[in-house]
Design a protein around this ligand. Structure first.
Ligand code: ASP
Length: 346
């Protein structure tokens, strides 16, 4: 084997977003460039010690336009090329990157290769871009191997601004800063300085089972964000929604909601209809504990399931994934409260 063949092979997939845009010479607005030209626009890519192939969505999208069928498209591409590449780097708009990373973590079951999402706040062609560092380091991380030449990372991650996060633990929390992502309830997987320092103890353990590539998702899911005085009329209208599978309650503090008889009746009616209700806290850090206060306990007794310390992004995509599988209502409930791929603490 020659030296070149030994280099890790990485598939770079451009789905859209700021990183792959340039300014229109006349209007000055951002438009996507032909990503197959990335090595011309960004020749430094040729200096990375990896064999990099570039693939792009036929119609790259701003990540506000990302839909479940795009996630299925990504899964299908990874499945098609899974045996040909050592790792995958996905370039994606930042706005919904945490949803995509969370969805992929469920859809790519028993993943044993790195899938690293990254993007940037400024296009890669601009002088002060954050895209170059994000892209170069994401590729380096996807190429990293242990002493047995196995991929060091075997899960879906987001790399952004010197930090590697477990994808399904992230939220985008800043709309302007380069430091745009955080992982409120799980430590960093790695930090890039002069060297890339991996926190091995926080990585997902190696899975021995064969990867499974899921492609089915259910999107008849709703979020109800509570606020003092939320309306009975509006809330009860949810009972009329045909086909609703699950309702995510965004509650206060450790998972609390007002002690209103009509609200408990509403929750019990949802339970009767087998519409799953889950409890996510509005707080950015910490977790739901439905046993701490009476205002949480009544939710528990109405059949509401705690989302623990899962992010809203992970909760929603986990429900989309579970309701997309051929599982009974009881199995969905059981799996929702389990830790499937590092998305919640036990
Ligand atoms: N609106 C863009 C997107 O999410 C922002 C970005 O790429 O950072 O696609």
């Amino acid at each position: 084997m020659n030296r070149k063949q030994k280099r890790p092979s990485i598939l770079l997939l451009y789905t859209g977003g700021t990183i792959g845009m340039i300014r229109h010479p006349e209007t000055g607005s951002l438009i996507p460039f032909d990503f197959s030209n990335i090595k011309k626009i960004f020749p430094e890519l040729n200096r990375i010690p990896a064999e990099i192939s570039v693939h792009s969505f036929e119609n790259p999208v701003d990540s506000s336009d990302i839909r479940p069928d795009h996630w299925v498209q990504i899964v299908s591409i990874i499945k098609e090329f899974y045996n040909q590449y050592d790792g995958f780097v996905i370039l994606h708009g930042t706005d919904t990157m945490s949803y995509t990373a969370s969805a992929l973590s469920f859809l790519l079951e028993n993943l044993n290769k790195p899938v690293i999402l990254t993007g940037s706040q400024l296009p890669i062609g601009t002088l002060r871009t954050d895209g170059k560092e994000n892209l170069i380091t994401a590729i380096e991380i996807a190429s990293a191997r242990d002493k047995n030449r196995q991929s060091l990372i075997q899960e879906v991650c987001i790399y952004f601004e010197y930090k590697l996060f477990r994808g399904n633990r992230t939220i985008k929390y800043h709309s302007e800063h380069f430091n745009a992502f955080t992982s409120p309830n799980y430590p960093l997987l790695a930090e890039a300085g002069i060297e890339i320092k991996f926190n091995h103890q926080y990585l997902l353990p190696v899975r021995k089972k064969k990867p499974v590539f899921h492609t089915s998702l259910e999107n008849d899911i709703m979020i109800l964000h509570l606020f003092p005085g939320f309306s009975r009329k509006i809330t009860e209208s949810i009972l009329l929604i045909v086909g609703l599978k699950a309702l995510v309650l965004l509650t206060y503090g450790t998972g609390n909601a007002p002690l209103l008889p009509w609200f408990d009746d509403f929750l019990l009616k949802l339970k009767q209809k087998k519409i799953l209700v889950v409890n996510v806290t509005q707080c950015k850090r910490g977790s739901v504990d439905q046993t701490r206060y009476e205002t949480g306990r009544h939710l528990e007794s109405c059949g509401v399931l705690s989302a623990g310390d899962m992010t809203l992004e992970a909760t929603v995509t986990k429900l989309m994934f579970l309701f997309g599988q051929p599982l009974s209502y009881q199995e969905i409930k059981r799996k929702f409260t389990q830790n499937l791929c590092g998305e919640r603490s036990v």
